[in-house]
Design a binder for this molecule. Structure first.
Ligand code: BGC
Length: 749
């Protein structure tokens, strides 16, 4: 008792100056003054993250002592604990611990919180950084009002294999676009600065190369050259650091035989070394312990040693740190300084968030209610959703639908679905059900109104071979002027642990389309999915196709906005694909920025003895950067300020874009470069810039780009970032394949 009392006094004496003079001290001083008070157990506690008792994405160790451990200061953070009530309850417990170090509450706020936004891959189709940032900002506003202070997002993994279910969670195949989006998302989540009441810590994940799992099988190994790693997979992570990302998450995969979680090269040398990252790294769920399965370490003790040495600061749910770090210190396998460094990184963020000043900062029930019911968020979600819809085909200008249409048949298994529209990685917010999500049916009703005849038939299920609903669907179609068919995958067919070997549109949905087309009625197909699907029959035969992905809580309204377009107060689609769509699974991986090879096939007529498949076109079904509009754009007047460039004297480029169609619209103008000769061979095309240009019907604008050394640089054999003198092709396109104007220039010695 005496001992307890005297140590309590000591704590009080030390804490007093920390907290009362808080404003005058720098964060680092405050961190140090807390650190000095901590026992080894308390320090290790800060490195320990537990799941609350629900919503798990991995095995949960049932642990009735969790509360006791928080009381003892042995837990630094909880995940999957949402809502002001629940987080306040846990924070209260932490506030009864000896040092009252507040908990962090982490959550996968991936694409919205209550208001659900399009899945990240869909948002990436907008190529609209302001809109993407606003989406993340809005999600942060809601989540941070609901107890959360840390999101496990953005996922910035480049992905070129749509079999991988998590392709839905990233920004697609391209490092340039991916980096821009990573930057925008981090800025969006974190807001002006950590410490503001509506700011969440971002977490760039999964570091690194998780998206390159062999065969697209989730959690699989990655085998990759350093060049590919640096040139394609690391840039979005670097962009996240530049945007100020507070945290990183490492990944489940091994990379060239070393698990990312125990990978010193990635975490210490690159991230915390070369990139000078000051935040902390959390493991992925149980990934420290999983190094035993990888066969890289023998037991938990070795796993903890490997992970902490490599730079993983916080252990999500494997308990290896809690169980083994004390012994590792005792055995002098690691230094106290190593633990201190990890603890300081975590405490620093707790200070920056303002949790030491007010541990309940994010737990204000009134603010929560206001944020979760803010009508402005609904509007933002609707606009973002409309910007994410890709018009893949539009024969005879079937779309936008005429407002004079009398009868529409809206058919398909997804027409009346509500929750499906959220896609994977939604958050179950306490007290909120799916009713507020606008189904496609409701969206069309809202737009088309009562002066119309809106007919419905389900037709078939998403999966299975039951065609018994076809007759009714055909019957309904026969009564309509136009048919809209909404098909696709289920929302949980893509996402974590949702890799698939068959990515065709499932079940008999394309058979249903066949029957509907046989009626002779015009059919618009909506494809709902979390990944690029294979749908060759639809692509060949349906006159109009909109790829709607999963658009979130305003899906129905946004789809109606695009179906009817500007004539009914809606939207002219402008989205472009951030990932290539394969013709078949056998064509994967297919991506635009490939090397030329020694035997290049440049079109389908010269495939023989050139790099190609004998039985398949060399082109993807839909290429990177592809997407149509209701209007048309002409590219002209490409001008270069010079054709020979000195390294530090950039070329100014301009070109004219004209809206030649009858609708106002937006065009995403894409700048591609090809370095003709390189000491490391260069891709046939690389996206190096783009602009989203808004043009009224008939309007022209001159747009300008700068080509500087940075755009011409790549990693050479020594992994130095260099621009090599020589010839470059400059291409401007409406997609990676649809190049409209081009020229060339030379970089001088
Ligand atoms: C996923 C992470 C996620 C974590 C927490 C893991 O299974 O890979 O992306 O943040 O679970 O839910």
């Amino acid at each position: 008792m005496k001992i307890f009392f005297s140590s309590f006094l000591t704590v009080l004496i030390f804490l007093q100056p920390i907290f009362s003079a808080a404003q005058r001290k720098t964060v680092d001083q405050r961190v140090d003054s807390v650190l000095r008070l901590m026992t080894l157990e308390e320090k290790i506690g800060q490195l320990n993250q537990y799941n609350d008792d629900w919503n798990a994405t991995g095995p949960v160790t049932l642990d009735s002592t969790k509360k006791e451990q928080v009381l003892q200061g042995q837990v630094g953070s909880l995940l999957n604990c949402v809502g002001t009530l629940r987080t306040r309850t846990w924070q209260n417990i932490a506030m009864q611990s000896r040092l009252k170090i507040p908990l962090l509450f982490g959550q996968d706020v991936i694409h919205g919180y209550k208001t659900t936004f399009p899945i990240p891959l869909a948002e990436a189709c907008s190529w609209d950084m302001d809109a993407i940032q606003l989406s993340a900002r809005t999600a942060a506003t809601e989540a941070s009002a609901s107890g959360i202070n840390w999101t496990f997002a953005p996922m910035v993994d480049i992905a070129r294999d749509p079999r991988w279910g998590r392709v839905m969670e990233g920004a697609g195949e391209d490092p340039y676009l991916g980096s821009k989006i990573a930057y925008a998302r981090v800025k969006g989540f974190q807001g002006n600065k950590l410490g503001e009441v509506n700011s969440l810590m971002a977490c760039a994940k999964h570091y690194a190369a998780y998206g390159a799992a062999i065969g697209g099988r989730d959690y699989n190994s990655v085998d990759m050259s350093d060049r590919l790693l640096w040139e394609v997979y690391l840039p979005p992570f670097k962009a996240a650091v530049e945007a100020g990302a507070a945290t990183f998450m490492n990944s489940f995969n091994d990379i060239n035989g070393v698990p990312a979680t125990g990978n010193k090269y990635l975490q210490r040398d690159i991230l915390k070394g070369k990139w000078n990252f000051k935040g902390f790294v959390v493991s992925d769920w149980g990934s420290i312990g999983e190094m035993i399965n990888h066969g890289n370490v023998k037991n938990e003790y070795e796993a903890a040693l490997s992970a902490i040495t490599a730079g993983s600061d916080m252990d999500m749910e494997s308990r290896c740190y809690k169980n083994s770090l004390p012994q590792l210190i005792k055995d002098k396998k690691i230094s106290a300084a190593l633990i201190d460094d990890a603890v300081k990184r975590i405490l620093r963020k707790k200070f920056e968030l303002g949790l030491f000043d007010d541990p309940y900062k994010f737990c204000n029930a009134e603010r929560e209610q206001a944020a979760l019911n803010d009508p402005a968020h609904t509007k933002i979600a609707r606009e973002m959703a409309a910007k994410s819809i890709v018009l893949l085909k539009n024969e005879n200008e079937l779309l936008p639908l005429s407002k004079n249409i009398k009868t529409i048949a809206f058919i398909g298994p997804l027409v009346k679905a509500k929750k499906q529209n959220k896609g994977f990685w939604d958050v179950e917010v306490p007290g909120v059900d799916s009713n507020f999500i606008v189904s496609q049916w409701e969206g069309l009703q809202n737009k088309f109104g009562s002066n119309s005849n809106l007919l419905y038939a389900k037709g078939c299920d998403i999966e299975g071979d039951d065609k018994s609903g076809f007759a009714e669907a055909v019957n309904v179609a026969m009564q309509a002027d136009v048919v809209i068919l909404s098909i696709g995958e289920r929302r949980d067919m893509s996402g974590e642990a949702k890799s698939r070997s068959n990515i065709n549109i499932p079940g008999v949905q394309e058979d249903l389309l066949k029957e509907l087309l046989a009626t002779g009625k015009p059919v618009v197909v909506l494809i709902n999915a979390g990944r690029p699907l294979v749908f060759n029959y639809t692509a060949e035969h349906a006159p109009a196709i909109l790829y709607t992905w999963w658009l979130g809580s305003e899906a129905g309204n946004a789809i109606a906005d695009v179906l009817f377009g500007p004539a009914l107060g809606g939207i002219n689609p402008s989205a472009k694909l951030p990932i290539s769509f394969p013709r078949s699974v056998g064509q994967i991986p297919v991506y635009y920025s490939h090397f030329n090879t020694g035997r290049p096939a440049t079109d389908d007529s010269n495939r023989n003895y050139n790099s190609s498949y004998n039985d398949l076109s060399i082109f993807p079904k839909y290429e990177f950067g592809y997407g149509l509009s209701y209007t048309s754009f002409q590219y002209s007047d490409l001008t270069l300020s010079k054709k020979k460039m000195k390294v530090n004297e950039p070329i100014e480029v301009s070109l004219r874009i004209t809206n030649t169609g009858k609708y106002d619209g937006e065009e995403i103008v894409q700048l591609y470069l090809r370095d003709k000769v390189g000491s490391i061979v260069r891709p046939v095309q690389e996206l190096k810039d783009f602009a989203k240009v808004k043009l009224r019907s008939g309007e022209s604008k001159t747009i300008r780009f700068t080509i500087d050394k940075e755009k011409l640089s790549f990693y050479n054999q020594q992994l130095q970032w260099v621009a090599e003198p020589g010839d470059f092709d400059l291409m401007f396109g409406a997609s990676s394949r649809d190049i409209r104007v081009k020229d060339s220039f030379e970089l001088l010695n």
